[in-house]
Write a protein that binds this ligand. Structure first.
Ligand code: ZN
Length: 236
């Protein structure tokens, strides 16, 4: 996942040349926080860490088709956000490390929409931004319900054309603002090479099964396992 220090945001706001564009991007952002907890004392209960050593902020916007606006408007907005993110990633390549811009596209739905609309030069810009490691793409087409059947799961994680999927190499599935995640989906993701699940469960309609933020290995049949970050809901 990607990280950006809080203090970097204000510094970049004044240094990025397209101020109007940057403001637009800020409106779109929902920041998800990963807190790295550490137990320094030998033998200390691992469930009660007492030191926060680092806070990572995942810089992204939630894909909420039809909730925040009409579906067509939402999908067009997601494409614009990605456009801005690509430019900003590339524009800050030569900036100091703590001023370089990071972005995560939560869903392949938005990336696929954008890709279909882009010309070859723009596609090269996208791949160049991905190659910096500062533009990451989540593995699923959208946040999903627990009731998908086998075909729907296949569609969900094969949303991008295979060659594009291989070039991007999604590593993390992002599931936010809904409840839980079925094991059938996790197994599908593992089969596709995705070993990490980034969760932000909606606590109004359900709730996380344990304290947040926390992380655990989710064991599957056959000794396989998925690493799960149980973070906060995007609005918290
Ligand atoms: Zn949502």
């Amino acid at each position: 996942m990607i990280g950006l220090e809080l203090q970097t945001l204000s510094r970049m706001q004044s240094s990025y040349p397209g101020r109007r564009t940057w403001t637009l991007l800020m409106v779109a952002v929902a920041s998800l926080t990963l807190v790295c907890l550490d137990t320094r004392s030998e033998g200390q209960d691992q469930s009660t860490p007492d030191v926060i050593r680092r806070i990572d902020i995942v810089h992204m916007t939630h894909t909420d088709i039809g909730f925040t606006d009409h579906p067509i408007v939402c999908r067009r907005q997601q494409m614009r956000y990605l456009d801005i993110a690509i430019d900003t990633v590339l524009a800050t390549t030569d900036s100091p490390l703590d001023a370089q811009f990071y972005w995560t596209a939560e869903t392949t739905l938005a990336v696929d929409d954008w890709w279909k609309d882009a010309d070859s030069n723009r596609r090269m810009d996208f791949l160049k931004a991905v190659s910096t490691g500062r533009l990451e793409v989540g593995a699923m087409a959208m946040n999903q319900t627990p009731a998908l059947n086998s075909q729907e799961w296949r569609t969900l994680i094969h949303w991008l054309p295979d060659p594009l999927w291989r070039q991007i190499g999604p590593r993390v599935a992002i599931q936010n603002d809904v409840n839980g995640f079925p094991r059938a989906g996790a197994i599908r993701l593992l089969n596709r090479g995705v070993k990490y699940l980034f969760m932000g469960i909606n606590s109004h309609n359900g709730g996380p099964p344990m304290h947040t933020p926390s992380a655990f290995w989710w064991k599957m049949p056959g000794e396989r396992r998925m690493f799960v970050w149980l973070g906060d809901h995007y609005a918290q």
